[in-house]
Design a protein around this ligand. Structure first.
Ligand code: NAI
Ligand code: MG
Length: 357
């Protein structure tokens, strides 16, 4: 399937990791005759420097026209002094909401070669492969009214509104169930229905969605227990589906089970399966320009793009296999370095993945 991709390298290590990811994209494009085309655009601080805004109209238009977006990372100290509404991160948030990217996919996969990098015992995490599906455009992060007000007695009060309507829950439910079909056919829905009415509805709607997927097993778990189970016995999960705030917290916890943030890709999908693909980490200003950044999270984001938007699981698996191969070969950037083994640079890691492909 011919498709067009918008590449947004972003700031600090963004361009360094994106260079390697695009090289990988070139190789799979040729090897699998994918007929992909791509162009680069500006987002975040890079856009601010050129156009005075973090999300220029031109970038927005190209993003709407693209089948998929590949993003590095945005932000950093260079733009610390700019006004709040012009901050680089605002460009990213604007892009997500303008494109209606409601479904955030955060896999937590532990490569056996990196078992020692996990904060948990090897037997607890070996073979870990879970997928957290987080609702990204609703819930308490967006609910109105919100604010800080002064009460009659002069005391200040902060408030947010936790709200989900049925169609928002149904939409993320269908996404989670259809993804479970490509995996181990199990969905665990995480809520707090013993306390929060919103999530009583969440649970009901998930049950309704489940009827359309008789081959997928649905279970429910309260969020506090889910947090505990994630660090106690994470391998019990296949797909976890949850709202925006719970998903934010649980996905970061799950991420650390796998060792390094430099290994973790993500996807954010719209209702047509188009999406934005990016590493979970930020722009890492502390190591930018030194060739120390791990490009694997971005390279694995390319694999996710091939699997979830471009419907080419074969090419996706080839990239994932190549990553596994370079880890087998012992190649490690500093973030996943082993004692006594010299670390390789960002570009050497990219070279190795390209060679493995
Ligand atoms: P960060 O993820 O950029 O860095 C946290 C730590 O992880 C740092 O020590 C960094 O060196 C390391 N790290 C991150 N990615 C790495 C990689 N690929 N290889 C090796 N080490 C890596 O988070 P931080 O420091 O909180 O934020 C830095 C900037 O990035 C801020 O301006 C922040 O707003 C922005 N940011 C952007 C995101 C995005 O574009 N999606 C997400 C998170 C933060
Ligand atoms: Mg977070």
């Amino acid at each position: 399937m011919a498709a067009h991709i918008l590449v947004l390298p972003g700031d600090y290590i963004g361009p360094e990791i994106m260079t390697e990811a695009v090289r990988v994209l070139e190789v799979v494009n040729r090897r699998f005759n994918l007929e992909l085309t791509w162009e680069e655009g500006l987002l975040g601080g890079a856009a601010l420097d050129v156009h005075g805004v973090p999300l220029p109209t031109q970038t927005m238009e190209r993003a709407r026209a693209a089948d998929a977006i590949l993003l590095g990372a945005v932000g950093g100290p260079k733009w610390d002094a700019v006004e709040r509404h012009l901050r680089p991160e605002r460009g990213l948030l604007g892009l997500r909401s303008e494109l209606g990217l409601f479904g955030n996919l955060r896999p937590a996969i532990l490569y056996p070669q990196l078992a020692e990098a996990s904060s948990l015992k090897p037997e607890v995490v070996a073979g870990l492969d879970i997928l957290i599906v987080r609702e990204l455009t609703g819930g308490i992060y967006f609910g109105e009214p919100r604010g800080i007000r002064v009460l009659e007695n002069g005391e200040r009060e902060g408030f947010n509104t936790y709200v989900y309507n049925e169609s928002e829950i149904r939409r993320i439910g269908h996404l989670a169930f259809s993804l479970a079909r490509q995996r181990d056919h199990r969905v665990c829905s995480v809520d707090k229905s013993n306390v929060l009415e919103v999530t009583v509805l969440w649970r009901e709607v998930m049950e309704e969605v489940a009827r359309d997927y008789p081959d997928v097993t649905l279970s429910h778990m309260y969020v506090d227990n889910a947090a505990m189970q994630l660090v106690r016995a994470p391998k019990q999960f296949d797909v976890m589906v949850t709202g925006n705030m719970f998903g934010d917290i649980l996905s970061d916890a799950a991420a650390m089970l796998t060792g390094s943030i430099g290994m973790l890709p993500s996807a954010s999908l719209d209702r047509n399966g188009r999406g934005m693909y990016e590493p979970c980490h930020g722009s890492a200003p502390d190591i930018a320009g030194e060739g120390k950044a791990n490009p694997l999270a971005t390279i694995l984001s390319v694999a996710m793009m091939l699997r979830y938007t471009l419907a080419n699981p074969e090419a996706a698996a080839a990239i994932e296999q190549a990553v596994s191969t370079v880890l087998d070969q012992g190649l490690r950037t500093p973030d996943i370095q082993r004692a006594g083994v010299e670390a390789v640079s960002t570009s050497a890691m990219g070279d190795a993945v390209v060679a493995a492909l």
